[in-house]
Design a protein around this ligand. Structure first.
Ligand code: IMP
Length: 470
């Protein structure tokens, strides 16, 4: 064999071996890295009790980041008997050692954010540079809230065909109009824009002309918007929030490089996802885990563990199909026992049996690797319990697929499996083995049906009323 050729072959194979070793190191570091990062996401229509789970997981992570939604979300966290209602700020704020990030995918109402910061500080919670807000997060302006309410009122006013109105039953927090402006681009304001007075004023002069005309057309009898006053007010808010506003994409990637672990906190829930939820009765962001890459700038392969939060039953606020809804005593009992009234709006929530067709769909879309079953204590005292495992359609066929489209889902009637209930209250239970046998049977069926483990079971509102590693 030609020596030169042989030599170059040897050199080639050494280089290849080195290359492979390098690739292996990189792959391993990615693998190891991904195991450290967790996502928490609601698998139903919201209010699954994510706050408490996030709060529990906070201990195992360094950075907690919100990637979607805005002040439409509401988390109640109970720590040592104290109740904290959080809307925009990640629940990790209650742990002074953690960094909390509001990612670029969130829409931020700066007045609400400051109100939340002030309330937390007044109760002795540390809120300084441990809270960072993306300079690219879009701002919810006062006219967005007016637009949201005006559109809902308009739709309620022109109701009426057999379907009722086309109103969504929004939280009226300006979420939809703020995201619409993000997509419009020319009428959007981002958090970073609040730091430049003249730019903000110039943009608002144009936006306000347009908005005043639109609001008038929707029948809002308010005086025209004053752009200069609005610019002064929001510049001032920007100045107060300046220490928190930063490029959170680099902040997150710096944290990853520094070996820190990240907890991604979803707001709202998978079935309210703008693309994958029960459209059009959804919110305006990607609330499933699919919103994490775009809403934070962190690619999906960094995610190792995806914990889906599921109530032991179902609830929904606002309009839209809800196959297992119980408009009867059962529904009332669940509402009262589960204190099913909105954290954000105070509205009574619609309640019903657990729908595993819906949850299984969300597990699939979100890539959930485990379940946290919350509010399990609420189910004590029912003689029997039902779980929906399939839908019957108008033509009599039975399917186990979900319909992420309101019109199709409205035609589905649930097929139930019935379980025997239990009378024992669960709040004092400290491990899953001590649950009443009928309660354990209920959980075991869910695990079997979804094909992933239930990692946590909530048996009361307090942080320590959670059966972990169950
Ligand atoms: P929006 O997000 O205010 O536009 O409301 C759109 C729909 O999503 C309405 O039906 C709301 O009730 C619902 N929604 C939004 N956020 C939440 C949440 O955090 N929990 C429950 N429902 C929500």
């Amino acid at each position: 064999m030609n020596r030169r050729l042989h030599g170059s072959r040897l050199a080639g194979s050494t280089a290849r071996a080195e290359g492979l070793a390098r690739l292996d190191r990189v792959t391993n570091s990615t693998r190891n890295d991904s195991r450290r990062h967790t996502a928490v996401v609601g698998l139903q229509w919201g209010d699954e009790g994510k706050g408490k789970v996030v709060d529990l997981l906070t201990a195992q992570h360094d950075v907690i980041v919100r990637y979607n939604g805005g002040a439409n979300a509401g988390h109640t966290v109970v720590v040592e008997g104290e109740r904290y209602a959080l809307h925009l700020i990640p629940s990790g704020i209650l742990n002074p050692k953690k960094r909390n990030i509001i990612g670029n995918g969130v829409v931020v109402d700066p007045e609400k954010l400051l109100e939340e910061i002030d309330k937390l500080r007044a109760r002795g919670v540390h809120v300084e540079t441990n809270l960072q807000v993306s300079d690219r997060a879009h701002v919810v302006m006062p006219y967005h809230k007016e637009q949201d309410a005006a559109l809902e009122e308009f739709l309620l006013g022109v109701a009426s065909n057999e379907r009722g109105s086309f109103a969504i039953g929004t939280t009226r927090r300006g979420i939809g109009p703020a995201y619409a402006d993000k997509v419009n681009r020319s009428t959007a304001i981002r958090m970073g824009d609040l730091l430049d007075h003249d730019y903000l004023r110039d943009r608002l002069r144009v936006i306000c002309r347009l908005r005043s005309a639109e609001l008038k057309a929707l029948g809002v009898a308010a005086p025209p918007l004053d752009p200069d006053a609005l610019a002064a007010r929001f510049f001032e808010l920007g100045q107060t929030l300046r220490p928190h506003i930063t490029d959170t994409v680099y902040a997150l990637h710096d944290a990853i490089k520094a070996d820190q672990s990240i907890l991604f906190e979803g707001a709202n829930a998978c079935l309210l996802d703008i693309d994958h939820g029960t459209y059009p009765y959804v919110t305006s962001s990607n609330c499933s885990t699919l919103g994490i890459p775009s809403g934070t700038g962190v690619p999906g392969h960094h995610l190792g563990r995806i914990l889906g939060i599921m109530k032991a039953y179902s609830s929904r606020v606002g309009a839209g199909p809800f196959p297992t809804e119980q408009l009867n005593e059962t529904g009332n009992l669940i509402r009262e026992r589960g204190r099913e009234y909105g954290t954000t709006t105070g509205r009574p929530r619609r309640t019903g049996w657990l729908d595993l067709v819906a949850v299984k769909y969300s597990v699939m879309v979100c890539g959930a690797t485990g379940i946290a079953c919350t509010l399990f204590d609420v189910l004590a005292g029912f003689e029997e319990l039902k779980i929906c495992t399939a839908y019957r359609l108008a033509d009599g066929s039975v399917v186990d697929r979900f319909f992420p489209d309101a019109r199709l889902l409205a035609q589905a009637t649930p097929v139930y499996k019935t379980f025997r209930g239990w009378t024992e209250e669960l709040r004092e239970v400290t491990d899953r083995k001590s649950l009443p046998i009928n309660a354990e049977t209920y959980l075991a069926f869910i695990e079997e049906h979804l094909g992933i483990p239930i990692e946590m079971v909530g048996v009361g509102p307090d942080r320590n009323q959670t059966l972990v590693n169950a």
